[in-house]
Design a protein around this ligand. Structure first.
Ligand SMILES: Cc1ncc(COP(=O)(O)O)c(C=O)c1O
Length: 471
């Protein structure tokens, strides 16, 4: 049966590729409810005729929307509006000219590396949450639970960490936290006495510094170079500053520069930590996203079992930062100190949410979601890298990240701060290097967290970036 014409409202004169304008018009109609889940779309030839464009252009629009999960293609049957659309869909950015006042233009932002909330497996999560609320464990449980977290989730996460990261984490020594932010605070509480210091990467993750300070520690910056944390500089600092009792690192994708620490430096770091008896806090955030090469396993897989290493992870990058779920594992006595401190500030976590996430892990929903998200983010990373090369070639410097949800863009001879101010005025929010520094001069660079933007938005954001270049 032939489908009705779509009567799409396409901004054909808008900058950017035509297939993205078509894709944008289709998503707007889906969001308005004009196109309902399950509706069959016209064939590419018919729609191309209707719109007076080349068939390949419609094909590209359908493919883009299929990759993003808006459409669903069934071989020999056609292309349909997906049945399981995200609940919290956002309007794709309206393509506008850069000279309109910022007030009327949709605001775009390169985040610090947030995932796309539209990809959250919301239906599966809602079903699992409902099951958890109806379960006998929840209905008959009248007392508080274990401060370490719901046992089913500690068991599920333990298997997940072993298979995904090679980390052998005994469920008895796995602590569920409300996001890794809480785990970082507890790590500092357990590892450091008031007045002692935690060495941190600089540039680095300011929210970790805040957590460490709140736990009574001072924070001392150690430079980061093209290979990640400088272990030589760390050794000099430890040798001359006896207050340093711990080191915080993001070896998988250094925050914010995205560099992966190489094997030789990892061994050097482990050897140094062992020699000086300091605690190593490893933040394995966004490890789910590796696009190239073999996965790089965390330091925790190479450390001797009794090394004071606190391994911290988060589901914020896999699901959403709004779903507060982090975890940590450590040898004794660090682990018990962390669990005791957790009970003091929060008694226990959110039991139904923890049970629901355990379901998601065990049923394979989380793994399927990770594979889908990885595919989509890899495509977005590629769009970002090619748009940057096309629009800013010669004026910038970057390495396409092998993983993670952000790209570190070096602005060469211009001030990244000025660039961010100009882009902001044109409707694009950016994070310049000054946001990530402690005492050292900031790198002239921007952290472009791209994953929450769709491909059309990425292209548009890079256009604004190029138009606001301050050189
Ligand atoms: C370096 C780093 N660690 C951890 C996290 C995750 O934080 P949380 O689990 O508290 O949401 C983030 C999120 O931005 C991060 O950038």
């Amino acid at each position: 049966m032939a489908s009705d014409p779509l009567a799409l409202d396409i901004e054909k004169d808008a900058p950017g590729p035509l297939f993205l304008a078509i894709a944008g018009a289709i998503t707007r109609d889906i969001m308005r409810g004009r196109l309902k889940p399950g509706t069959r779309l016209p064939g590419t030839r018919a729609l191309a005729g209707e719109l007076d464009v080349h068939r390949n252009t419609v094909d590209a629009a359908y493919q883009e929307l299929t990759t993003q999960g808006w459409l669903h293609a069934e071989p020999a049957r056609g292309t349909f509006v997906a049945e399981d659309l995200p609940d919290n869909m956002v309007e794709p950015v309206a393509v506008s000219t850069p000279f309109e006042p910022a007030m009327v233009r949709p605001h775009l932002a390169f985040s610090d590396g947030a995932p796309d909330p539209n990809l959250v497996p919301d239906k599966a999560l809602a079903r699992a949450f409902r099951r958890a609320l109806l379960s006998p464990a929840f209905r008959t449980g009248t007392d508080y639970g274990d401060a370490r977290g719901t046992p089913v989730l500690r068991h599920a996460l333990s298997s997940y960490l072993t298979s995904d990261r090679g980390v052998v984490a005994d469920p008895a020594r796995l602590l569920i936290t409300r996001g890794s932010q809480m785990a970082l605070f507890l790590a500092a509480k357990a590892a450091v006495k008031p007045g002692q210091a935690i060495a941190v990467e600089e540039p680095g993750y300011p929210l970790a510094w805040e957590a460490f300070r709140a736990a009574g520690a001072t924070v001392r910056g150690i430079p980061v170079d093209a290979g990640g944390l400088s272990v030589t500089a760390l050794e000099e600092a430890i040798a001359t500053d006896s207050r340093i009792a711990a080191i915080y690192v993001t070896p998988h994708h250094q925050y914010p520069t995205t560099v992966t620490m190489g094997a030789a430096r990892r061994l050097q770091l482990l050897e140094l930590v062992e020699r000086y008896g300091i605690t190593l806090i490893e933040d394995d955030y966004d490890h789910e996203y590796r696009f190239e090469g073999r996965p790089v396993l965390p330091l925790a897989t190479r450390a001797p079992a009794d090394l004071p290493l606190i391994y911290v992870g988060s589901l914020s990058k896999l699901l959403s930062p709004g779903i507060r779920l982090g975890y940590a594992t450590a040898p004794e006595p660090l682990f018990t100190r962390m669990a005791t401190a957790r009970a003091a500030i929060d008694r226990q976590g959110d039991a139904p949410l923890e049970a629901a996430l355990a379901d998601l892990i065990r049923d394979g929903d989380l793994g399927r979601h990770a594979r889908k998200a990885r595919r989509i983010y890899r495509a977005r990373r590629d769009v970002l890298a090619s748009a940057l090369s096309a629009h800013l070639d010669g004026r910038i410097d970057f390495d396409s990240p092998a993983g993670g949800l952000a790209l570190w863009l070096r602005s060469k001879n211009v001030s990244a701060e000025t660039w961010a101010e100009r882009a902001e005025a044109a409707g694009l929010a950016l994070l310049p290097g000054t946001r990530f520094t402690l005492e050292r001069p900031a790198q002239q660079a921007l952290r472009l967290g791209y994953a929450a933007l769709n491909e059309a938005q990425i292209v548009r954001a890079v256009e604004i970036l190029a138009q606001s270049w301050p050189g």
